[in-house]
Design a protein around this ligand. Structure first.
Ligand code: DX5
Ligand code: ZN
Length: 218
């Protein structure tokens, strides 16, 4: 079963609780939360305070994507605030195994993220330790960007490693996912699709989620 993770970056922040409840009622599987530090990416967004504020508004897992230069410094705070999955960029981690262990020690699921130009090879040594691999399909920093088709090969490669070695990590794709681009991601082996503007930009969120989820058969 394909999971859909609406990214709240494209939600109305003045009524974030209601926006999250709306996508939960519309069939979302995760709530995707984008934390940016203005350093690893050229934008500033969400800190642990907002994660703590939204936690009571949903029973869905909070899927927290850290776009921070120094993620180790904030992992405990995001976990305490209520994150269920914490993902860190391989490009930001000098000691990736240590960082992944740090996440797991908090009792939450651990993910590793690759930017579009980062080779899959760079995460192969960590695949056995992670619950999720997040393949970026835009350069992170903003919602509403165009899907980079070149990442489809990375998704297939990740799926092939998973199959070969019997791993059970989820393969999540993030950036420019909509009804046009979702099918290729799913065909390549994605199991979780993040979508911001393609869900929060639509007035009928139920239809938006359904259309993305079922794009496979289309
Ligand atoms: C980009 C973020 C994404 C973003 C996706 O840096 O990581 O999660 O919100 O937005 P869309 O789906 O609009 O590309
Ligand atoms: Zn994201």
């Amino acid at each position: 079963m394909i999971k859909i993770a609406p990214s709240i970056l494209s939600a109305d922040f003045a009524k974030l609780g209601a926006e999250i409840q709306d996508v939960e009622a519309s069939g979302a599987d995760y709530i995707h939360v984008d934390a940016m530090d203005g350093h690893f990416v050229p934008n500033l967004t969400i800190g642990p305070l907002i994660v703590e504020a939204i936690r009571p508004h949903t029973t869905l897992p909070l899927d927290v994507h850290l776009m921070l230069s120094n993620p180790d410094q904030y992992i405990e705070a995001f976990a305490k605030a209520g994150a269920d999955i914490i993902s860190v960029h391989v490009e930001a981690c000098t000691h990736l195994h240590r960082t992944i262990q740090l996440i797991k020690q908090q009792g939450v699921k651990a993910g590793v993220v690759l930017n579009p130009a980062t080779p899959v090879q760079s995460v192969v040594p960590i695949l056995k330790d992670v619950d999720l691999v997040l393949q970026m399909s835009v350069n992170p920093g903003f919602g509403g960007q165009q899907f980079i088709e070149g990442v489809l090969g990375n998704i297939s490669e990740l799926a092939a490693y998973s199959k070969r070695d019997g791993y059970s990590f989820e393969i999540e794709v993030d950036g420019g996912v909509n009804t046009q681009t979702a099918k290729a991601c799913l065909d390549a082996g994605a199991t979780v699709l993040v979508a911001g503007s393609a869900i929060f930009g639509e007035s009928d969120r139920r239809k938006a989620i359904q259309d993305i989820r079922h794009s496979q058969s289309g």
